[in-house]
Ligand binder design. Sequence first.
Ligand SMILES: N[C@@H](CCC[C@H](N)C(=O)O)C(=O)O
Length: 260
Amino acid sequence: MRLNFYKYQGAGNDFIMVDNREDTFPKHDITLINKLCDRKFGVGADGLILLENDEEHDFKMVYYNADGNESTMCGNGGRCLVAFAKQLGVIKDEATFNAIDGKHYAEIDGDVVSLQMIDVDTLEIFDVYSFLNTGSPHHVQEVEDIKNYDVFSNGKAIRYGTPYNEAGSNVNFVEKMSADTFAVRTYERGVEDETLSCGTGVTAVALAMYANGKTESTQITLETLGGTLQVSFTEESDKLFKNIFLKGKATFVFEGTIIC
Ligand SMILES: N[C@@H](CCC[C@H](N)C(=O)O)C(=O)O
């Protein structure tokens, strides 16, 4: 099979994009998707995303983690898919699309994509961490000296540990930098490693920091290893967050054809 693909990255979270409007991609071939995402034996990416036709919206997003399994929402991937849809001529400057967690609205201006995330009505606060679902599940924990923190070992232990166990959670470590700016590093489920950034992850961090009283701002800057992202939202009532937008660059890297 000859597979045309496009590589995109959003704040260093990188994805293989495939135009699957003709429904030709072998969607259940976990081994193939895992191999395409492999950084030594394949193209290399944190995930693979299919752009498909949708009856009600501009397109549909189908997301696979690098391990080859279909997973829950990917915020940076969604932003990159909007840029890909524009490159294909499927949309102009705004889009609505269908994803596993429901309908999303997005705007694109140059290489900056602003993506509306699902509303969040449940945010659990525990002694040393918070847990919430922003389309994907996220554990949020404050640490000191985040630059030198062992994200891989500690993230992996939390991801597989109680209460998450096999189903797991993504794990975000955060350190406050200023009144409305936080540094974030994320261990991603399904990649099973630290990624350079995670869109649903920084969204979770912004909401958790606000809910924990670590910031009074509803427009928060998140510094990740791969770049800067912005999250804005409104709080409708206690811990009910709406109008959540994730904003940052989504960049085309290269395209190619692979015979597989
Ligand atoms: N990188 C993503 C999150 C992708 C999903 C995650 N790995 C999971 O399986 O929960 C993002 O930008 O949100």
